[in-house]
Design a protein around this ligand. Sequence first.
Ligand code: DPP
Ligand code: ZN
Length: 885
Amino acid sequence: APTIRRADYRPLSWTVETVELHFSLDPEATVVTNRMLCVRNPDADEGPIRLWGEDLERLSLTVDGQAPQALRESGALIEIDADGDRAMVEVRTRIDPKANTTLSGLYLSNGGFFTQCEAEGFRRITCFPDRPDVMARFTVTLEAERASCPVLLSNGNLIEQGELPDGRHYARWEDPFPKPSYLFALVAADLVALERTVRTMSGREVLLQVWVEAGNLDRCGHAMDSLVHSMRWDEETFGLELDLDRFMIVAVADFNMGAMENKGLNIFNTKFVLAKPDTATDVDYENVESVVAHEYFHNWTGNRVTCRDWFQLTLKEGLTVFRDQQFSADMLARAAGPEGAASARAVKRIDDVRVLRAAQFPEDAGPMAHPIRPDSYQEINNFYTATVYEKGAEVIRMLHTLLGQEGFRNGMDLYFSYHDGQAVTCDDFVEVMSEANNGFDLDQFMRWYSQAGTPRVKASGEWSAADGSYTLTLAQSTPATPGQPDKLPLVIPVAVALIGPDGRDCPLRLEGEAQAGAATRVLQLTEAEQRFRFVGLAAAPVPSLLRGFSAPVVLELDEDDARLAFRMAHDADPCNRWDAAQRYAERVVLAMAADAAAPVPDAFVAAFRALLGDGALDPAFRAQALALPGEAYLLERMAPADPLALRAALVRLTRTLGERLAADWLALLDAMQVPGEYRYHPADAGRRALANLALRYLAAAGHAEGLARAQARFEAATNMTERFGALAALVQSTDPAREAALEAFHARYRDDALVLDKWFALQAGAWRWDDAAAPTLDRVRALLSDPAFSLSNPNKVYALLGTYFRANPGEFHAADGSGHAFWAEQVIALNAKNPQVAARMARALESWRRFTPALQASIRVQLERVLASEGLSPDVAEVVGKALG
Ligand code: DPP
Ligand code: ZN
């Protein structure tokens, strides 16, 4: 596939002012009539009207009612010569939604019609200048059979509806806001809605709807509450109000991504809408809340102000992820009350850091590494990445840190005042941030948008007893990434505190300052190396750096075990306290992986026990601090990466912590009971999470009472969090009861697609505790033919294959190469159905060059096999090509 480059951006010679779409919906032959008023773009060079169309049967195309004077086609691009400044172009196309297994464009799910247009799905519906810099006003008429599709939805406001002959009906929708085609949506299906009417801050009454299949109406309340909370939050925090009379969320079971922010008509994967205590875990509740918020927030950051081109994707995604992270933190803090707010925020921050380290750091170190604003791509769908989203959010967070809450808000206000209704670039955003803050210099900061790779910050300190000073040296470097051998220094905010021997933070005074200030301060590292001299200290301090994870970097700091244990016990910043535990655990487990005979150090067990038993600590925090670092992150820290040795070490460490701390875990189980009926509340969720973790350690150790407790909890549970937590513990043991538990769980939820996803994932992610046990691959293969499994449903693929490929490296990378061969087989099968999903699965092996030579050899064969396979999509070709390249 050709490479598209950011530098080649040119505005189109013609854009579109208004679009009138008419859909005659039919499962196999939908006819789309598209009348668009094309207008010459005064800001562009002379040229033809350009439209894109893909997989369309074109029935007719006219310009001002006539056959076009000249029409040229190459691939998906259609060029039409036209005179004058305005031209009415009418295109009729026929499409086959039923045959559309890509889930991009118009497709069927469970008998209903749904669309997904971001990034380039609209061209699979009709011919159009399908680029985000073309913003047009849409009017949409849907016609469908009333019996199968009683509900007809599109963007904006319903302006007309009625009956048609032959059992058909129609509805007409008008969206008052100009929008790019990627935000178009339609739904025609048999759905019901939960409704609520609320007032916006300016007093307008708006109708909110959550549309689902009839049987799911009892699972929409949480999504609705989340929507209302999101609206309030955006009003209070940014002064941003809902701009439509009606806002709809529709849940669909077949969906490539999490959700989509189509104007006024968000379409969601059911996974991020449906929740009730019997089927959803606390984590599911949390995810529903944050995804609902994310899509709602896009209405301003993404829809009202959109991206000029797809290279600017982080403009809307990084900013919107940052907004949803702040929202979730505020919601958690509010629920926790004034006492627990700080810890609640930290727990959310830790969650986000875990995701960044597990998903984004490896991406930044692999063949697909790209800046948050990429310079090129082959297939844009491959760039909805952890880098664009999560690292992009970190970059916005750093801006927020540098400018302060108020400065950031002023920048946002200015952003909307300048750019509302426009398609803009990341430069535009950073420029208004600067302008709103007295010309704050962000030139060097812009390097975060152009440099890939995770920066290293190396810190060292020198204590001088003679004058009570501590000199901190910070040095930065960013490793080379594909196409970027040399990197320049970035602006890195490093939040610093110095901990005294008593465990308390020291007041900080830099050399030259008259008096000491706050205990944590943000240093700006802008050069390759800088020194900061703190004075007026009574004793040698212990540095606590990068508090709150103030920048998306790897911090390299020489700390011995004793110092890590000290920070585990005393660091006043919960993020760093957690991080100290992670670093200590990483050190222990990597030593065990390097030497199968290495013991688990007593001091580590003791430090772990101290956290475990510290009743003053928020249970949710303890659940974070007592969870070992993720396997993906650890593999990233290992050179060469040896997943089998790592797994053996993790198994041994988990078992040892279970055995040696058994009494503590059991006591914790008792202490963490949550009485009363289930409610989704962070305080309860924290207790449940900690109890579930205790069960996992106990079950991993094969502890008889622990297993009995897991079994009992599994049977008596009144909510999914406890039931699934107990099941996961049982499955993560060698106890024979696990098979019976899996069966009982299946029997209870055999008709519940979302719960079955959990059942699939649990088995695909299961560890093998000894060599005598059957490989997990046998189980995964068998589950492929389970009646509930389908390669056509992304959720099922992510649950079974995604979990096995990504969350079970110790099994996937079996020495005989069976996992790798299976990967190739599945990627090839998926490629034919759904290239986007196939490409995501393909990415599971991109970091293969980091592995041991034997594994590299085994993986290379399979990468080459996929690359040589017939009919390879550009999506998969890009991933595999770059991996081998
Ligand atoms: N724009 C969607 C989201 O991130 C993904 N297609 O919300
Ligand atoms: Zn988004």
